[in-house]
Design a protein around this ligand. Structure first.
Ligand code: F6R
Length: 370
């Protein structure tokens, strides 16, 4: 039941704040993350002995993994690799009992991911499943499960499940950081509060859906769109591009903004549409001026720039053709706000082209074959 929405995808995007809230529910006590449910497979002493984490997934799930990498390395100080599940088991990954392999899957039935989990297990790694479907095969094949609680996702393109995966990975990172003594309680509490503030902020972002629709309608004959982002904006760029490919059948690529001058800038010609996910000007890494200068570089070559930028960021105004705003959030949390307009954009562009938003051609919701 679409509940009055034009598509399941529209409904599921609207449910993102709830998905986020549900994934946090019962996992925060006294302002700190408590993950009792993974203790069976990952008691604290095991977590303290982990020397490496491998995150596995496919498509959108792998992009949520990229965000997990930034967060887990920052908060827990453990090296994290993200790998496409279908690549992982066809090389000779180095694994040991100190390797934590966490798979990420909405359906919990993706064959590529399932086979990678089994492979990791056979080679002695411990496995954690981040899964949206109660009792799914991957969950059953893992040492522990951390459920995302996005609720059923019907549209083929993943939206609320992605948001919930990122939250689950962040919860895991906060838990790990505290167990390992890498994060103080005070810092943890601050980060948890940021997480808890997200649903309301996301609601504000989603309220700009009308603007996004207008933008998409004006671009319905566009043949190619590029997406740029840096740091945690980079996985957002990849995800924005994937959504546009699968829904609107438009050639789209996501790049790390720092990579521009190493090749992709050659693609820029007059009229090229480019989405840029702009980091907060308050960010302490000072990536903001670098991304603004990337915008200037592509603008000088004729690009049509669509910026997703923090409310009050005036530095982008002279150079961006269109600006979508996101509320202020900590640097690690911006992607959870910035991805929504890109999801909406892909959906609206597909709708403007008269395409089936919920069931794009050639795709299945759950890929149970290799
Ligand atoms: C993209 C999309 C796919 C899935 C991928 C993994 O919108 O839906 O890329 O994310 O097939 O599926 P799960 O998460 O079920 O393993």
């Amino acid at each position: 039941d679409k509940g009055g929405w034009s598509s399941f995808m529209a409904k599921e995007i609207s449910e993102e704040p709830e998905a986020l809230e549900a994934t946090l529910l019962g996992r925060v006590h006294d302002g700190l993350v408590v993950l009792d449910e993974i203790e069976g497979g990952f008691p604290d002493d095991v977590l303290r002995g982990v020397d490496r984490i491998v995150l596995l997934g496919a498509g959108t799930a792998a992009y949520s993994g990229l965000l997990g990498k930034y967060a887990i390395e920052k908060w827990a100080g453990v090296p994290v690799e993200v790998e496409l599940a279908h690549e992982f088991r066809y090389r000779d990954p180095v694994l040991s009992e100190h390797t934590l392999v966490a798979s990420i899957s909405q359906s919990g039935e993706t064959m590529d991911t399932l086979m990678a989990v089994k492979y990791a297990r056979e080679r002695g790694a411990r496995t954690l499943s981040i899964c949206n479907t109660q009792g799914a095969t991957i969950a059953r094949e893992s040492d522990a499960v951390l459920y995302t609680r996005a609720g059923p996702e019907v549209a083929v393109a993943s939206t609320k499940a992605f948001t919930a995966q990122v939250v689950a990975l962040y919860l895991f990172g906060l838990h790990l950081g505290r167990v390992r003594g890498a994060l103080s309680d005070a810092d943890s509490r601050g980060l948890v509060a940021e997480l808890q503030a997200l649903p309301a902020k996301l609601q504000e972002v989603l309220a700009q859906g009308g603007e996004v629709r207008e933008m998409a309608r004006q671009m319905s004959d566009t043949r190619s769109v590029l997406f740029l982002g840096r740091h945690v904006g980079y996985p957002v760029a990849l995800e924005g591009a994937l959504k546009l490919k699968e829904l609107a059948y438009i050639h789209a690529e996501g790049f790390a903004a720092g990579e521009l001058k190493h090749g992709p800038i050659a693609l820029i010609e007059p009229g090229q549409r480019v989405f840029v996910v702009v980091p907060s000007p308050r960010d302490s890494n000072s990536l903001h001026p670098k991304v603004v200068s990337n915008i200037q570089e592509i603008r000088a070559r004729g690009a049509y720039v669509l910026a997703v930028a923090e409310a009050g960021d005036v530095a982008v105004l002279p150079f961006a053709d269109e600006v979508l705003r996101i509320p202020l959030a900590g640097p690690m949390f911006e992607p959870l706000l910035a991805v929504a307009p890109l999801q909406q954009f892909a959906m609206e562009l597909a709708a403007a082209k008269g395409l089936d938003v919920d069931q794009p051609r050639n795709l299945a919701k759950s890929v149970t074959v290799e």
